[in-house]
Design a protein around this ligand. Structure first.
Ligand SMILES: Nc1ncnc2c1ncn2[C@@H]1O[C@H](COP(=O)(O)OP(=O)(O)OP(=O)(O)O)[C@@H](O)[C@H]1O
Ligand SMILES: [Mg+2]
Length: 260
């Protein structure tokens, strides 16, 4: 895990209105790592993710596995980097879910049998097998999210960028996704307000605010820094706070003692 797979150097970006959204972001993400991108609404998290597979292009350099993202390398980049959009409607556009999940593998030039096998596998992994024939726009919000994840898994990317993957998921689907991601041996970059999920899944956390990296380090360190989090409109996840309390003040039975 020592080689970078995703890199940005002085990445600066503004949408058409010219307001800066990413301000000289320099980040290096290592092969096999799991990185949470956190920050308040409008911090630039989704915008940053969209640069890693070339959906957006700003000033500065973005590299994937040493290759600079450009028009010429886009196809190669998208094979390696799968992106789960914050809004699943941005990702589902075919007449049936089967077609949507098959779209990526077909584009990669895989044979029919292989495509079918990949679709089956991806739908099974997200528990959506029975929905294969349904039009995606007739799915519920949570079903759409699972469907969008399947469209990325079927391509077996080396890096998965996920934008709010647990949004709209019920408790059981969320847990299933977290456990599945834990076992998935790829580089994961997850932008989310679900800091419990980030605490559970990520080794490293990057805190963005107003398009700048304001903190970057071990997940547990950043997620337990209540002052830092509240200065950026966030709150420490309960599991992290409880873990710290337990370490700081265990009584003889190992129970947490909280002073009133
Ligand atoms: N298509 C767009 N055109 C103009 N401005 C945009 C566009 N998309 C996003 N923005 C602006 O860019 C900034 C960053 O948006 P972005 O979606 O990257 O934030 P975010 O950190 O993902 O927020 P959230 O937590 O709400 O998902 C915001 O101020 C937003 O209003
Ligand atoms: Mg976002």
């Amino acid at each position: 895990m020592h080689k970078p797979i995703l890199e940005t150097e002085s990445l600066t970006f503004a949408y058409h209105d010219g307001k800066p959204v990413l301000d000289s972001v320099t980040l290096s993400i290592l092969h096999g790592d799991s990185v949470g991108i956190i920050g308040p609404n409008g911090a630039g998290k989704s915008t940053l993710l969209m640069h890693y597979n070339g959906i957006l292009r700003g000033e500065g350099v973005v590299r994937v596995d040493g290759t600079e993202v450009s028009k010429a390398t886009l196809k190669e980049i998208r094979r390696k980097v799968g992106w789960v959009a914050q809004d699943s409607n941005d990702q589902l556009f075919m007449p049936t879910l089967f077609d949507d999940v098959a779209f990526g593998p077909l584009n990669m030039g895989l044979g029919e049998e292989e495509v079918r096998a990949r679709v089956r596998e991806a739908l099974e992994l997200v528990g959506m097998t029975e929905f294969a024939g349904r039009p995606p726009h007739h799915l519920s919000g949570g079903e759409k999210k699972s469907a969008a994840i399947a469209t990325v898994l079927s391509m077996r990317p080396e890096v998965i960028l996920m934008d709010e993957p647990t949004n709209d998921l019920d408790h059981a689907s969320r847990r299933r996704l977290i456990e599945f991601l834990k076992g998935l041996d790829v580089t994961k970059v997850i932008a989310s307000h679900d800091l419990e999920m980030i605490a559970d899944l990520c080794r490293r956390v990057v805190l963005l605010d107003k398009g700048r990296v304001v903190a970057d380090g071990a997940a547990m360190e950043i997620l337990s820094d209540e002052g830092l989090l509240s200065a950026h409109r966030l709150e420490a996840p309960l599991s992290v706070v409880l873990g710290r309390l337990r370490r700081e003040s265990p009584d003889e039975s190992g129970q947490v003692t909280v002073e009133q």
